[in-house]
Design a protein around this ligand. Sequence first.
Ligand code: PLP
Length: 392
Amino acid sequence: MLEKLESAAPDALLALIKLHAADDRADKIDLGVGVYRTGQGDTPVFAAIKAAERKLVEDQTSKAYLGPEGDMGFVEALMPYVFGAGDPTMHGRIEGMQTTGGTGAVRLAAALARTAGVTKVHLGVPSWPNHAQILADLDLEVAEFDHACADGTANLDAVLAAIAGAGEGEAVLLHGCCHNPTGIDYTPEQWAAIAHGFADGKALPIIDVAYQGLGHGMEEDAAGLRTVLAAVPEALVAYSCDKNFGLYRDRVGAFYVMADEGSRLPAIMSNAAALARANWSMPPDHGAAAVRLILRDDKLTAQWLDELERMRSRMRQVRERLATAGTVGNVDLAPLGEQNGLFSMLPLSKEQIQRLRDDHAIYMAGSGRINVAGLTQGNIDKFVEALGDVAG
Ligand code: PLP
């Protein structure tokens, strides 16, 4: 049987990481990899996480199975940050469970939507490539719309048309903040229009929040999500703690459902638990337990928020520096100052991207996506100069 399998397409970013590692030019720049980097080029473990992990080693008395919902203390401690401290359950209408990272949360959201009768999902493109892969793997039809306009702002008309055009059995998947790969988020006014669109239409909103706190702040980055949730009867939310707690390989995420009435949640969550059980049985515990310990301890919470703030302000500085460079060759860097999170897209051709790599040791995805955290005080001038060379 297995001889029938043909090679799956290799992951282009993983191939890029290998090429970068093999390059021995001392001034090489990696803008491909999708993790935060400090000004020194490191992706360190948060000090708050280290402290929580030490506590965990001391205090944990058992590693017995928890169940498909994972660490519910973690799931509940996170809710005020995602849904607002006032009433994080929205009158008992929101419940969640832990997942294997944000990927597991997206998978569970899509699978639950399918179980509930969704057959088609509208997706703004470009998007995180795994969105389309997960939807295809679940045999869900994908209807694409343009996420961005050529001037580096969000295409509101396209998303509103997708929402208005979606009928019964259709969902619209949106990024809550720090859109990957464009960095282009909806403005508060645009979120209000989107919320109205959902309220007037039939589409089920699925909102993927993978980078809360990496844009403008924990509250600011949740505002769009909350605007939609306040307007609609039901929604699914996928959440990742892998970026805002730096836990990437520990795979920490959560999936939340908002139902029109709290009384529906037991039936909905029993379906989610059954889907989780059939996929990964139960999520890995360690990272989620560390997040729970942080969120239940005021000092650790303050330390984590401080570390997150430093990440965010470093990325804003890089973005501002790029934006002040203005138009470099035929690339306008000004919109990058308004965009959010780790990623932005540069309108470069394949040849220009190849020349950046060959002539300047600058590695970026073939799509033109750059990770702004790959830029530092030490290499940003070189990057802008190189861009002028290839895009001139
Ligand atoms: N959603 C989006 C938009 C992402 O960019 C990512 C990760 O890159 C994820 C979800 C998944 O995150 P995780 O690493 O927690 O699985």
